[in-house]
Design a binder for this molecule. Structure first.
Ligand code: C5P
Length: 228
């Protein structure tokens, strides 16, 4: 880890718009990006494929350490990175709602979180990093230069996710999404290890009635103030 390299941590619940903001911000600043949620999704997917039980904590941690992953940047705004697992493009497979639920089942396991801590910190490379997740500001990059906690109402988040998935030809009902987001919030916020919560020094942005450009402008103003 290179603590001289600036980090912008963006945490928040699913569907808050973190991913979109993180990608636009990284592009604008020329920074690297860490989509930490994709790592938990990959562990869930690899576990299903290799038939490692979700109860087998040591097995999951081993799996997490051994994953051969690659994030390949694209010019596509809708799909800014392609995610590779063992040479296979699994971008679509990890974005389903089921993969999100699987991710939130492996994510509470301390051994699993520990197994990917260094991997996440290795993303901190010049000229800077935008890190998106649930514990970027509270655990992985406690010394981040700027910590944002991005949130929105469950209704707004379900509607956004619905639009996103429909755009990717993944069909799912709005009501089911609402329930699964609620379930995921519940699990992410109430787990004993690295629960989702704003860091004490985070700036909280509620995007319920803001569009992506409005959020991005607020974040850019904070970057100019804190990082220059
Ligand atoms: O952000 P995304 O929806 O892809 O994350 C999927 C799941 O991975 C989350 O619901 C959460 O349980 C877990 N996660 C986490 N810590 C992170 C990022 C994601 O626990 N830093």
């Amino acid at each position: 880890m290179n603590s001289a390299v600036p980090v912008i941590a963006i945490d928040g619940p699913s569907g808050s718009g973190k991913g979109a903001i993180a990608h636009r911000l990284a592009k604008k600043l020329g920074y690297h990006i860490l989509d930490s949620g994709a790592l938990y999704r990959l562990i869930g997917l690899a576990a299903r494929r290799q038939e490692v039980a979700f109860a087998d904590e040591a097995g999951l941690a081993r799996l997490a350490r051994g994953m051969e992953i690659e994030f390949v940047p694209t010019d596509d705004e809708e799909e800014p990175i392609r995610v590779m697992l063992g040479g296979e493009d699994v971008t679509v497979a990890i974005r389903t709602d089921e993969a999100g639920i699987d991710a939130s089942r492996v994510a509470p396991i301390a051994l699993v979180r520990e197994a990917i801590k260094d991997l996440q910190r290795d993303f901190r490379q010049p000229p800077g990093l935008v890190a998106d997740g649930r514990d970027m500001g509270t655990v992985v990059f406690v010394d981040a230069d700027l910590k944002i906690y991005l949130t929105a109402s469950v209704e707004a988040r379900a509607e956004r996710r619905h639009k996103q998935l429909i755009g990717k030809d993944i069909s799912v009902s709005l009501h089911d999404l609402f329930l699964s987001i609620q379930e995921r919030d519940e699990r992410d916020m109430n787990r004993p290890v690295a629960p989702l919560k704003p860091a004490e020094d985070a700036v909280i942005i509620d995007s319920t009635s803001l569009d992506i450009d409005e959020v991005l402008n607020q974040v850019l103003a904070l970057v100019a103030e804190r990082i220059g």
